[in-house]
Design a protein around this ligand. Sequence first.
Ligand SMILES: [Zn+2]
Length: 117
Amino acid sequence: MEDFKIYVFGREYEVCFRSEEEYAKFVKSEANGLAELYDGKLYLNKTALSETDMTYANFDGFVRKVLMHEIWHAIFFELGIREYYQDERLVDILAHKTPQILEVFNDKRIMEVKSVK
Ligand SMILES: [Zn+2]
């Protein structure tokens, strides 16, 4: 997968796919992803996230969840809420539920709600 850029509240973040050889921090942290928030980089571990015979059935979904996890770190970082952007449990719960959260807000009736005159 190619690297790409996303924007979190207007700040550019680069989504970087790196192997453990290319990005040694993966080995020490044993992480599938790492958010370098001050550098604006969200790293995904290409070595750990390569599909094998032993990976989950919906492995693409798992890889997307890892990316969403790193994006939630960036969201809380941009909001300036340190205790949340360092809260792995909160970030992981939100990453797990991101598709369902988007589903809630994709109901266009929400944006059509108006005051009653
Ligand atoms: Zn994390």
